[in-house]
Design a protein around this ligand. Structure first.
Ligand code: SF4
Ligand code: SF4
Length: 93
């Protein structure tokens, strides 16, 4: 996967090299995925199904890049162990 200055991690868009497609989430996401590390089995399904490919493997679990995450919840729906909870952004303010 290539990257460029506009799309630091977004795979499907990363070859476009067109600034107008830059889609940092900023402040408009209503929910964010939060991973319970105790329940994560490191299967990688969340990374596979994330439509913008911003879920990365960490030491003990997978987590999303919140600069790009849109809060769609697909990762949480696909997680086989329900390790991902979609939490209201209001909880983090
Ligand atoms: S889908 Fe769930 S269990 Fe699998 S890596 Fe992602 S958070 Fe962990
Ligand atoms: S909520 Fe959507 S955009 Fe964010 S990490 Fe999960 S699948 Fe990707």
């Amino acid at each position: 996967m290539s990257s460029n200055k506009y799309f630091k991690t977004e795979g499907p868009w990363s070859d476009a090299k067109v600034e107008i497609l830059c889609s940092d989430t900023g402040s408009w996401r209503s929910e964010r995925p939060v991973v319970n590390e105790e329940e994560c089995i490191l299967c990688g399904f969340c990374a596979i199904f994330c439509p913008i490919q911003i879920v990365k493997e960490q030491t003990n679990c997978f987590s999303s890049d919140l600069a790009f995450c849109k809060g769609c919840g697909i990762c949480a729906q696909e997680c086989p162990t329900d390790a991902i909870s979609m939490i209201s952004e209001g909880e983090f303010k």
